[in-house]
Design a protein around this ligand. Structure first.
Ligand SMILES: [Zn+2]
Ligand SMILES: [Zn+2]
Length: 87
């Protein structure tokens, strides 16, 4: 049972839907942390579950290595944020 009946009359929630345009605009051909060009992916600095959105400030291009480190907690979120929190 994937769809609950009571949901049928409701406006479908944009659950996990990604704003592709915003992401394509944020996408860079290189990693913004190390400059590497291997397997660059756009990462949400603040996860959608935490209230983050598909805004340029919340998106960063990371190579797969840095991306994995971020998800493993080896790179702090503060490190990713540009402009706002300069250390
Ligand atoms: Zn990198
Ligand atoms: Zn990510």
């Amino acid at each position: 049972m994937e769809v609950l009946k009571r949901d049928q009359n409701m406006i479908p929630k944009p659950k996990r839907v990604v704003d592709k345009k915003a992401i394509e605009e944020a996408r860079k051909p290189y990693c913004e942390l190390c400059g590497c060009r291997d397997g660059v992916q756009v990462h949400h600095i603040k996860s959608k579950g935490s209230g983050g959105g598909d805004t340029p400030e919340n998106l960063i291009s990371l190579c797969w290595v840095c991306h994995r480190k971020v998800h493993d907690g080896l790179i702090k979120r503060e490190t990713l944020r540009r402009g706002e929190n300069e250390i």
